[in-house]
Design a protein around this ligand. Sequence first.
Ligand code: PLP
Length: 303
Amino acid sequence: MNDTSELPGFAFIDDTFVPIKEARIPILDWGFLRSDATYDVVHVWQGSFFRLNEHLDRFFASMSSLRLDCGYSKPEVASILGQCVMRAGLDDSYVEMTCTRGHSPTFSRDPRDAKNRFIAFSLPFSWIIAPGDREEGLNIAISNIRRIPPEAIDPAVKNYHWLDLVMGLYNAYDRNAQNVILTDGQGNVTEGPGFNIFVISNGVASTPETGMLEGVTRQTAIELLEEINVPTTFKPVPVEEVKSADEVFVTSTAGGIMAVTTIDGKLVGNGRMGTITRILTDLYWNAHDREEWCDRVEDVITS
Ligand code: PLP
């Protein structure tokens, strides 16, 4: 399928549900003109949202930090998301919620004059690495492009400032890699386009502490590592440490826990998915029936 407008999916915009191919935003919305927006993505797997409360909490915290108000409560947003999934008839879905600054009726330059806009949509599940390629793992490049520094834009507020990540992807493609990790300008890794990174050396996991989004899948990985008695340290992770690690994996709502088996053209460990990464990946997908982490789509729809 070449045309995404033919994908099954439903959107909610300006208080109305529409098939995804009919959803439009006005070009004067600051979300479009200035990337002035925040968003979150949750997935639905086999008819259930996974860790919906954590995604809603992060979305509302991000809005509050950017002085945005989507005009709906958390249960109302949950219900809208549920309806987008139900109307699209999807069992496995990528579900996005966005709040943009909106636009000012007078085209004033004062963001306080803008009327914020809430948008949500569902699409079929989106994978950073297709399930069939998960065993093989990812081939990534570490780019010299610096991730936007946290002092400029707080990466814990999920945002659309992706030009560093997108140019990093081109940088990776030019080096025959599938994906990219950006650095912090001081020799440490930060994150990639839509994922966090973990390294495992001598039975201990490490992941960056700052300079990245605090991913919900990252948090899930930390909790699952604890369950299997693998300690996690939060600290700057130098590029050299990543390259010499026993195992490396990345985490994302768009694909879960994914092994990295090649970095900058060199194999990680023996070039196969590591033992801990494999245990964790299985645990992660099995956790999709844990009651405390799952909400059936029909159960979150309130009207
Ligand atoms: N880092 C960035 C920049 C992201 O955009 C994302 C998700 O899209 C992640 C990390 C992973 O976060 P999560 O596990 O909540 O999907």
